[in-house]
Design a protein. Structure first.
Length: 86
């Protein structure tokens, strides 16, 4: 228990030291760090979603074309339709 307390106090002292050194730049570095991490998580989740859609299209029966259509639209291979009206 005492060792956990010492480790927590050491981390708190290190955080205070970083805050003193960074000064006014602290919020900028924090937002940069969190924003970069969030972008990586969004990109990874988009890749996982695309893989799941492709797997669903491969395993879908021939009568279920909706999963295959989603993959074509996401992959950019769906035929273009003219949606303009005159």
């Amino acid at each position: 228990m005492f060792l956990r307390y010492v480790i927590a106090m050491g981390l708190a002292a290190l955080a205070i030291l970083f805050a003193i050194i960074l000064g006014d730049y602290g919020p900028w570095y924090l937002s940069w760090f969190l924003g970069t991490g969030f972008m990586v998580l969004v990109a990874a989740s988009a890749g996982v979603l695309l893989e799941a859609q492709e797997d669903a299209a491969k395993s879908a029966p021939a009568t279920d074309r909706r999963a295959a259509d989603i993959v074509k639209v996401v992959g950019g291979t769906a035929p273009r339709t003219n949606t303009t009206t005159s």
